[in-house]
Design a protein around this ligand. Structure first.
Ligand code: NAP
Ligand code: MG
Length: 402
């Protein structure tokens, strides 16, 4: 009997990309989505050639489409550097598409590892994923820095729009040293806090936030205050969902996180998030098991794999050699987008399909059918069968069919 495809209502905004992940993108769609879902997408080709052809307008258009439809799914893309400008004969060095999308959606990035029973995390107590929410705006990433050449007084001055000023002495330098002035804005911190509370609520997980307000009483203190204020907005919904918000000092949060079972959303200031997201990624196993979702304060979602376009594998693939690229994060970008689309459009069958797809991936891995990167992490008792990129996707497709 032919399989009845699951219908969709509104489209997912589809952002195609580059190199090996562009190849995986088609395989995942052909083998895992199109046979089962009446897939509706609004397609934007963010491949570097088309970004160049459209003067990068396609990226801005895709961002607008995500604002309109609420759900996007993005393939990894090349961020051009000098070498790429030559390789692709580009008109100019375009900015990172992810930075363009982040700015357009004013979003926060949540990175969650994909776990499987037989893939051991390096932190054995972690039974559930730890989702890192990094505030990707300002602090030391937009700071003014000085090399102080010799003795002198360093001051910090604010010139207000009304002409008044406020000055504080930072240090009386007796000799050479370094100096930095950094900032953040209430607007960005509120957006970050709201995105974190909304994400914790929609995923049914506790929210942790850690900062250093005992030392940076005004700076980190303002983050703590804003989180407390936004918590009040969400308190009733958190109670209803049976989840909690915890504020901790950042050092305490790190210690608690390592000892925890996982299963929470961890909101981190920009630098802390930069550092801890790499710790969480490596503690969990492989970069290819890390998903990423950009969430705007008004609830627009863009799903993607956290890894890049896997250039080295692509050039092998072009030579006709089989490659062992792991498609799991790409598959989870699609399952995440389909689940969110299903929730927003009230299509339970679509949500169930997303769950099934993720279970089929976990079953495939737990059964010892693995791409090369996962072989050393496998702890199951089944004999390991190493497959190439296409082989893995076909194995998952078979499991979905059954
Ligand atoms: P990458 O594409 O993530 O790959 C780095 C290495 O990590 C690979 O060579 C491979 O190691 C391993 N790896 C990553 N993903 C894998 C997967 N799915 N399966 C198996 N192994 C995987 O990072 P990159 O080489 O630094 O960057 C390549 C391009 O991607 C750049 O042009 C960069 O601009 C772009 N990029 C895009 C995004 C994005 O769109 N979100 C993010 C990062 C980078 P082995 O070679 O040892 O097998
Ligand atoms: Mg980092």
């Amino acid at each position: 009997m032919p399989y009845k495809k699951i219908p969709m209502l509104n489209p997912i905004v589809e952002l195609d990309g580059d190199e090996m992940t562009r190849v995986l993108w088609q395989w995942v769609k052909n083998d895992l989505l199109l046979p089962f879902v009446g897939l509706k997408t609004e397609y934007y080709d963010l491949g570097l050639a088309n970004r160049d052809k459209t003067d990068d307008k396609v990226t801005a258009d895709a961002a607008e489409a995500i604002k309109k439809w609420g759900v996007g799914c993005k393939c990894a893309t090349i961020t051009p550097n000098v070498q790429r400008v030559a390789e692709y004969n580009l008109k100019r060095m375009y900015p990172s598409p992810n930075a363009t999308l982040r700015a357009a959606l004013d979003g926060t990035i949540f990175r969650a590892p994909i776990t499987a029973k037989n893939i051991a995390p390096y932190i054995p107590g972690w039974k559930k994923p730890v989702t890192v929410a990094r505030h990707a705006y300002a602090d030391i990433y937009k700071a003014a820095e000085f090399r102080v050449e010799g003795a002198g007084t360093a001051e910090l001055t604010v010139k207000y729009a009304d002409g008044s000023t406020e000055t504080k002495t930072v240090n009386e330098f007796g000799g050479a040293g370094v100096l930095m002035g950094m900032f953040n804005t209430d607007k960005s911190i509120y957006a970050f806090a709201r995105a974190c509370f909304a994400y914790a609520l929609s995923s049914g997980q506790d929210l942790w936030f850690g900062a250093k307000d005992t030392i940076a009483k005004i700076y980190d203190g303002r983050f703590k205050e804003i989180f407390a204020e936004v918590h009040a907005e969400f308190a009733a919904r958190f109670r209803e969902r049976g989840i909690q918000y915890y504020y901790m000092l950042i050092d305490d949060a790190v210690a608690q996180a390592v000892k925890s079972e996982g299963g929470f959303v961890w909101a981190l200031k920009n630098y802390d998030g930069d550092v801890m997201s790499d710790m969480v990624a490596s503690a969990t196993g492989s970069l290819a098991l890390m998903t990423s979702v950009l969430v705007s304060p008004d609830g627009k979602y863009e799903y993607e794999a956290a890894h890049g376009t896997v250039t080295r594998h692509y050039y092998k693939h072009l030579k006709g050699e089989p490659v062992s690229t792991n498609s799991v994060a790409t598959i989870f970008a699609w399952s995440g987008a389909l689940r969110k689309r299903g929730e927003l459009d009230n299509l339970p069958a679509l949500v169930t399909f997303a769950d099934k797809l993720e279970i089929a991936v976990a079953d495939t891995i737990n059964g010892g059918v693995l791409t090369g990167d996962l072989v050393p992490l496998y702890t199951g008792s089944e004999p390991v069968r190493r497959v190439d990129a296409r082989g893995f996707i076909r194995e998952v497709a078979e499991k979905v069919e059954n």
